[in-house]
Write a protein that binds this ligand. Structure first.
Ligand code: AMP
Ligand code: MG
Length: 341
């Protein structure tokens, strides 16, 4: 099938209220007609996603985004002009036509224009907004290839548009402009890039802030803290996982059961351990990380050990976004430290 035939088939599926997984530059999204309540409900149920975790609306550009929000401030206009299509999601008070299920019942909606030719062609041909949560069961590792999506969903439930591996590899930066600019989720668009466009800083993302707060601003609060859906355990492989430092290395080597080791510094380890090398540069690391976590999982090791990413390097801001995903991938109620002992 030609690309335009594939797009047409996908649009037909969407018009009937069906679900289409589509590639973006970040990860694959589970697309559905944003104006179809039944389709939205199906996305939540297919993913097993908590109703409180809102969905990002995907649009072709700023013109479409304006129709989904109550106000489109100058800051949004400038950020969209400079960084869209791209991995920046903007949160603003929602227009009435945005279904409450999309925002987790909250007053704010998240919108972005994905930088991928197939995603933009799909949005163009469909002619309306699509929801696009990552195309994985809730809490699991996001898909960065079509095969990752097919591994989780049946073809009768989800039509997969194959656009090859995702270039960026981790989810978008989420920036709230509902109050003072605030980064709710770090990503490949950095605080510095946002500040360079705005001419003033956004409050940077801080670990552990605003988790699981109700969606939307609370009336009467000077500064809303709308960071719903930022769950402590997320992006998680099925195998228990842990972050390790140099000091932990002897303990990993002395383990008798197989450990899948993700290293960006060229470490080697003898059997029964298996080493999965990751790039040392942040952007390349991000592009490869989720596939590597899946490969590690497939080995069915007793433990996945991920070398802690460097801090204070040239790409410090990108490593912050990567560390956010890694921290959620290893988050377990029993505490990661116990897994190494
Ligand atoms: P995903 O669809 O997997 O990329 O995750 C979407 C994430 O975007 C959610 O888990 C939230 O953290 C964030 N998000 C989506 N909508 C909103 C919103 N209305 N307000 C704040 N954050 C949002
Ligand atoms: Mg997700």
């Amino acid at each position: 099938m030609s690309t335009s035939e594939r797009i047409r088939a996908a649009v037909e599926r969407l018009r009937r209220g069906g679900i289409v997984a589509f590639p973006t530059e970040t990860v694959y999204g589970l697309g559905a007609d944003a104006m179809n309540a039944a389709a939205i409900a199906r996305v939540f149920s297919l993913k097993g996603r908590p109703a409180s975790n809102p969905l990002i609306l995907h649009v072709a550009g700023a013109a479409a985004a304006r129709g989904l929000v109550r106000r489109w401030p100058d800051a949004a206009e400038r950020l969209a002009a400079a960084l869209w299509p791209g991995p920046l999601t903007i949160v603003l008070p929602k227009a009435d036509r945005v279904l409450p299920a999309i925002t987790g019942g909250g007053d704010n909606v998240a919108v972005r224009a994905p930088d991928h030719p197939l995603a933009l062609a799909l949005l163009g041909e469909f002619g309306g907004p699509l929801v696009g949560p990552s195309a994985n069961p809730s809490g699991r590792v996001s898909p960065t290839a079509a095969a990752h999506v097919s591994a989780s969903f049946r073809p009768q439930d989800v039509l997969v548009l194959d656009g090859g591996p995702c270039r960026a590899g981790i989810e978008s930066t989420v920036l709230s402009l509902a109050g003072a600019p605030r980064i709710l989720r770090p990503g490949l668009i950095t605080a510095s890039q946002i500040e360079a466009v705005l001419g003033y800083p956004a409050t940077p993302w801080q670990p552990g802030r605003g988790q699981e707060s109700p969606a939307g601003g609370r009336p009467g609060m000077a500064e809303p803290l709308p960071a719903p859906g930022q769950l402590p355990s997320h992006y998680a492989p099925a195998t228990p996982a842990v972050l390790f430092d140099s000091a932990d290395w002897p303990r990993i080597l002395s383990r008798t059961a197989t450990t899948a080791i993700l290293t960006h510094s060229g470490r080697t380890a003898p059997p029964p351990h298996v080493v999965l090398p990751l790039p040392g540069a942040a952007a390349a690391y991000a592009a490869r990380l989720y596939a590597a976590l899946r490969e590690a999982d497939a080995l069915m090791p007793s433990l996945i050990a991920v070398e802690r990413p460097p801090t204070g390097s040239a790409d410090a801001e990108l490593w912050v976004a990567i560390l956010d995903r890694l921290s959620r991938a290893v988050a377990r109620t029993d505490g990661p430290r116990n897994l190494l002992s």
